[in-house]
Design a protein around this ligand. Structure first.
Ligand code: BG6
Length: 295
């Protein structure tokens, strides 16, 4: 189909705001929005409600997106900020990290915010007894708020959730992650618990750590890009740090062999014993803000 005919059919066109929000047909013919605030530009796919890019004017991109990513209705996007819900990790024969990242969300509203930011609200189509929305605020920082409401009248709702950003870094060997020194963690590579390390994290091998009980900012110091990325989360009790390093990168079909060098994931959520339980009618919000500052 001709490109302009495809654009005319894009279901997101009704959310357009001239000069601020434009609908476009993204990779894999998936509908997406391009958002321009006073401070930054971003792209948000309806598939998985995935923010695939965010860049403050005059800065390097905040997020990594693999050139090898699949963009189809079955697969999560490999990069940006996939949403892990309603479970984290493997769950028998069910999809790893839940179904939110492979479901097309509905765009519900687009709002211009006073400080020159633009907010986009998306909703996960109803499945069972939960009402799930994501508000993405594109401004001087990138903010995401995942709200889960138990819409059942008589059942409790228990879920895990995690916002899983792939941050773009200059060179992983010259990245230092601070803020987790005093927290014990589960090392998924050896399936073992470790006490506080007392040291900032330098990544030099495959790294997959779950800090089940952590709050407070995490800072990614990037010597090559001369910047800090600050991960500020509220309503999150767990943090995950992941980099697949060399061998796993070669095995992952939707990830380039060298992609591990320019990304790191610092994820915020509620995992394992920190899963959230909501009584009927109650809701919980997991919010993150990703800020950048010069080193
Ligand atoms: C992280 C997990 O959150 O996501 C890792 O801790 C996992 O174990 C990684 O490998 C990527 O998962 P997926 O399903 O996107 O390949």
């Amino acid at each position: 189909m001709a490109a302009d005919a495809l654009e005319a059919m894009n279901p997101l066109r009704r959310f357009e705001i001239p000069g601020r929000v434009a609908a476009f047909t993204g990779a894999g013919v998936l509908p997406a929005l391009r958002v321009e605030s006073d401070h930054s530009v971003a792209e948000i796919y309806q598939h998985g409600a995935c923010v695939t890019s965010f860049r403050r004017h005059g800065e390097e991109p905040l997020l990594f997106l693999s050139r090898s990513s699949r963009f189809d209705s079955e697969s999560p996007i490999r990069g940006g900020v996939p949403i892990v819900f309603p479970w984290f990790g493997a769950r028998g024969s069910l999809p790893q990290h839940g179904y939110a990242r492979t479901t097309p969300w509905e765009v519900v509203a687009v709002t211009l915010v006073d400080d020159g930011a633009v907010a986009v609200e998306l909703a996960l189509p109803r499945l069972g007894g939960s009402l799930v929305t994501l508000e993405v605020t594109v401004g001087a920082s990138l903010k995401l708020a995942l709200r889960v409401e138990n819409s059942s009248i008589d059942q409790q709702l228990t879920f895990e959730s995690c916002l899983h950003p792939y941050f773009h870094v200059g060179a992983i060997e010259r990245v230092t992650i601070r803020g987790l020194e005093e927290t014990g963690y589960h090392d998924c590579m050896v399936d073992q618990e470790f006490a506080r390390s007392g040291e900032p994290i330098r990544i030099a091998c495959e790294t997959d750590r779950i800090y089940l009980r952590h709050d407070g900012d995490v800072v990614i110091e990037d010597e090559d890009l001369g910047r800090r990325i600050r991960v500020r989360a509220t309503g999150a009790q767990s943090t995950v740090v992941w980099n697949p390093w060399t061998e796993k990168s070669r095995v992952m079909q939707d990830f380039g062999n060298d992609d591990y060098r320019t990304m790191v994931c610092v994820e915020s959520g509620n995992i394992g014993e920190k899963a959230v339980t909501l009584r009927p009618g109650k809701s919980a919000v997991l919010e993150v803000e990703y800020l950048t500052e010069a080193l």
